[in-house]
Design a protein around this ligand. Structure first.
Ligand SMILES: [Zn+2]
Length: 143
């Protein structure tokens, strides 16, 4: 009787292999930069309900191009290292053809600009509830 086949695990880095598979490919930083602009950002944050996506596509982090299952998970994510690191990475303007030309000696070289990055505005129920409470108190006082 032969010994049962063992899967070979040593030698290759499994998680890197998985990450570089085409179907696992995430959006690149310059693509995300495009997403952050007005119209695109609005559309990504107000998506139709799609049950194939995590959380039906309703909780999306623009900067990380990720879906979350609930508003809480999204809020939790905003406080994580992954998200903060991504904001930092997005601060530098994406590489352009103009920059490459400048670097090659056409015109004078200008350092890529740094921008301020902020977490997307969150519109969840909690703020409305607070407002309503304040309104109620005011109404009671005036009465
Ligand atoms: Zn994020």
């Amino acid at each position: 009787m032969t010994a049962p086949k063992r899967k070979r695990r040593a030698g290759r880095c499994q998680w890197l292999q998985k990450r570089w598979r085409l179907r696992n490919r995430k959006r690149d930083l310059d693509q995300i930069d495009g997403d952050l602009k007005g119209e695109n950002a609005f559309q990504l944050l107000h998506q139709e309900i799609d049950h194939d996506k995590p959380g039906a596509g309703q909780h999306y982090c623009l900067h990380c191009a990720r879906y979350f299952i609930s508003a809480e998970a999204l809020h939790g994510h905003f406080k994580t290292k992954v998200h903060k690191r991504r904001l930092k990475a997005l601060e530098i303007e994406p590489y352009t053809i103009e920059e490459s030309e400048r670097a090659a000696g056409l015109g004078s070289y200008v350092q890529p600009k740094k921008r301020k990055m902020q977490t997307q505005p969150v519109n969840d129920g909690t703020y409305d509830v607070k407002k309503e409470d304040v309104d109620m108190e005011d109404a009671n006082k005036s009465q």
